[in-house]
Write a protein that binds this ligand. Structure first.
Ligand code: NDP
Ligand code: 2IT
Length: 453
């Protein structure tokens, strides 16, 4: 972050606010990119000549639609559906679908914008997109979720395709929802294609895709530690969330010999003084993925654990070496960052998208905490979606080991790209800068090659 360019950054952000001041999450994501990209552009005027920054912050297309469905009492219900097709310079739009009551256009634009850079970092040919709905799957029957997914896909199917736009899961969208949406797409189009990723194993899914985001985040943290001559073995780790990303981040930490002290859901967090073991993790997966229960139920089965209602994992009562937020955006603020620093945290890796507020990130930066932004650390999920697309095109499937090796190699490559673009004169790596610049250059150069479209 350079003071020299602050006026230009401020002027750019003022212009953004003039047309969309209410899109707070989107502005937050744009500002983080602008802070590193504007100084870079000043030194590389070709991007200025082609006005790339102003072009890249405008989605190519935004689709908003009504999603009518019948609940179990035959009452008509309505939700709003979205797909933000943000940037297709390096490949078909690619990115998840989120079903959560908080979903709005600002949140989906922030996620779609992040996805452009993340997908570029994976080295695979994928553009950026995101979509979803304010539908809340919690408390709904399987039949209600199916009817919602079918209605959502009835409209979405007009806009997507295996060479156009390939959605996947995100918060509230897992294997069950992808299955219902895939079935409806196939029925409407009479086509069995790789139009979605995160599919079931029997119908075109890739091994390791469910694990990929959590595993990838821990591989990335391992890469950062190795650069310091260290590793995860024996480290104490605070994790937030208890969904797809958190579950497999926990699993990989256990495999690498680390100790996970916490996980959480929207109602509170669990503290496991002796660490979460594989038996606990099996219980957690069953509880969240099959029974669709609440995390607080875990302490009934394991009385040695404690549940802190209404609190976040960052209140963990003991020291921690590493924090991995895996729940949602802005779930770790400046106060939380200070608490973690007081507890001895040395490394923070974002498993979720933008879970740390800008103030928290600044606090980590000022205190020399090694910090990995989501667009680098959680890119393993979409990278493995890219591998699923390749397998679908080849009409082949790779083994667990093959996919896992490719995932590891991609995470190591992303780490290298961050080091290349983010290393300072003192040898320290600014991973935010590195990820933004490495992600930006490939997309920007492709936009220049393809003209004003
Ligand atoms: P899941 O729906 O599987 O799990 C989400 C978890 O986060 C749950 O524990 C949920 O608790 C918690 N959570 C969600 N919203 C809130 C909130 N507003 N406040 C507190 N806790 C909340 O989602 P994923 O694990 O797939 O996604 C988690 C994060 O990782 C998101 O930021 C997502 O964008 C990101 N991500 C996901 C990828 C993927 O492949 N799935 C890839 C890359 C990033 P509760 O059950 O109580 O709602
Ligand atoms: O935020 C993300 O990268 C995802 N939710 C995964 C997207 C994908 O297409 O696999």
């Amino acid at each position: 972050m350079s003071d020299k360019y602050q006026d230009r950054i401020d002027a750019f952000m003022e212009k953004m606010k003039a047309t969309g001041a209410h899109e707070v999450e989107f502005l937050q994501a744009v500002e983080e990119v602008a802070e590193t990209v504007i100084p870079f552009i000043a030194e590389h005027p070709i991007y200025e000549e082609h006005n790339i920054l102003e072009r890249i912050v405008e989605p190519e297309r935004t689709i908003i639609f009504r999603v009518p469905w019948l609940d179990d009492n035959n009452k008509a219900r309505i939700n709003r559906g979205y797909r933000v097709e943000f940037n297709s310079a390096i490949g078909p739009y690619k990115g998840g679908l989120r079903f959560h009551p908080s979903v709005n256009l600002s949140i989906l634009k922030f996620l779609g914008f992040e996805q452009i850079f993340k997908n570029s970092l994976t080295t695979l040919p994928m553009g950026g997109g995101k979509g979803g709905s304010d539908f809340d799957p919690k408390g709904k029957s399987d039949a209600e979720v199916m009817r919602f997914c079918q209605s959502f896909m009835t409209e979405l199917s007009r806009h997507i395709g295996p060479d156009t736009d390939v959605p996947a899961g995100d918060i509230g969208v897992g294997g069950r929802e992808i299955g219902y949406m895939f079935g409806q797409y196939k029925r409407i189009r009479n086509e069995f294609t790789g139009v979605l990723t995160g599919k079931g194993r029997n119908w075109g899914g890739s091994l390791i895709r469910p694990e990929a985001t959590g595993y990838g985040a821990i591989y990335f943290i391992q890469n950062m530690l190795e650069r310091e001559g260290d590793n995860i073995r024996g480290k104490s780790i605070a994790i937030s969330g208890s969904g797809n990303v958190a579950q497999f981040a926990i699993e990989k930490v256990l495999q690498l010999g680390g100790k996970v002290l916490t996980c959480s859901d929207s109602q509170g967090y669990i503290f496991a003084p002796d660490g979460i073991h594989s038996e606990h993790l099996d219980f957690l997966k069953e509880l969240k993925n099959v029974k669709r229960g609440r995390l607080s139920e875990m302490v009934q089965a394991y009385p040695d654990m404690q549940f802190f209602e209404g609190e976040r994992s960052w209140n963990v009562p003991t020291n921690v070496d590493i924090a991995v937020p895996c729940a949602t955006q802005n779930e770790l603020n400046e106060e939380d960052a200070k608490k973690l620093i007081d507890k001895g945290v040395k490394v923070v890796g974002e498993g979720a998208n933008m879970p740390c507020t800008p103030e928290a990130v600044e606090c980590f930066y000022q205190n020399n905490i090694i910090f990995a932004p989501g667009k680098a650390a959680n890119a393993g999920g979409v990278a493995t979606s890219g591998l699923e697309m390749s397998q679908n095109s080849l009409r082949m499937s790779w083994t667990r080991e093959e996919v896992d090796d490719k995932l590891k190699a991609i995470m190591a490559d992303i780490h290298q790209q961050c080091v290349k673009y983010g290393r300072g004169d003192d040898g320290k790596v600014d991973y935010v800068k590195g990820a933004n610049l490495a992600g930006f250059v490939k997309v920007a150069d492709s936009m220049i090659d393809q003209g004003v479209v």
